[in-house]
Ligand binder design. Structure first.
Ligand code: FBP
Length: 244
């Protein structure tokens, strides 16, 4: 967090989506960490294994956000559940500045995920570690993952369960996203980057998100799949901190 704004670089897709998101260059975590550490990101989101093997040379250059649960997308969306894969103690031992946790709001496993998260959140409080929740309405009971009603509900759930920052999918307009920001109140809202768009499309979305009162972005593919990741990151930085 810098002056109340957030720009996270996400590279948890290797677990969440599989290696299909990567090319020969960005499959290497060092490539993405170089970008994140040189381009003003306020955090690098990693799962434990990549953090353990790659993060040390970047400590002090970019803050670490350790993702504490995960899943593959081989399991059908209807049954989706993200299991704990690391602990707050791991995050502390690795020098992380925050922890990340995904909740699938409205999924058949919602009760289990809330229970898992409650333990993580309690432990994070004990260590004074900020908690960032990826809050997605998803699973067989969710009719529309991106409707303003379901995204607002997911944002509110993050506030109710103790998150400091909630990451949600963009709802498609500044007006609708304002409702999401309002639902989350003191829990700061950041938007997902989403699949790769043109720079113009992505930056237009970024301006809409910020105009709604959001605190920033957690972006992965739009940066490290870009031919000029530093250029796109610099443009996004200007949108978030308002110096275009
Ligand atoms: P992207 O900018 O690449 O979308 O990454 C943001 C992110 O939240 C990642 O942290 C996560 O792996 C992914 O999106 C989850 O996406 P999905 O909606 O496909 O589960």
């Amino acid at each position: 967090m810098k002056r109340g704004k957030v720009m996270l670089c996400a590279m948890d897709q290797g677990l969440e989506h599989g290696p299909r998101d990567f090319n020969e260059q960005n499959i290497d975590p060092d490539y993405v960490l170089e970008v994140a550490s040189k381009c003003g990101f306020t955090g690098m989101v990693l799962h434990k294994g990549v953090a353990l093997k790659y993060f040390e040379p970047y400590a002090g250059k970019v803050p670490l956000v350790l993702k504490l649960n995960g899943r593959t997308n081989i399991v059908p969306k209807e049954e989706i559940y993200s299991s704990p894969v690391a602990s707050v103690r791991d995050a502390v031992a690795m020098g992380a500045d925050a922890v990340g946790y995904t909740l699938y709001v409205g999924s058949p496993s919602e009760a289990q995920m809330f229970e898992d998260f409650a333990m993580i959140e309690q432990e994070a409080r004990d260590y004074g570690m900020p908690v960032i929740v990826w809050s997605y309405p998803r699973g067989k009971y969710v009719a529309d993952e991106k409707s303003v009603e379901s995204v607002s509900y997911a944002a509110r759930v993050a506030l109710e369960l103790g998150a400091d920052i909630v990451k949600v999918n963009y709802t498609g307009s500044t007006e609708s996203f304002k409702k999401v920001v309002a639902a989350a109140q003191k829990c700061r809202v950041i938007s997902a980057g989403g699949s790769k768009q043109t720079d113009a499309e992505f930056l237009a979305k970024a301006r809409e998100v910020m105009a709604a009162g959001a605190a920033g972005f957690a972006v992965g593919r739009n940066v490290w799949q870009n031919e000029d990741p530093s250029g796109l990151a610099e443009s996004l930085r200007k949108v978030i901190w308002g110096k275009e």
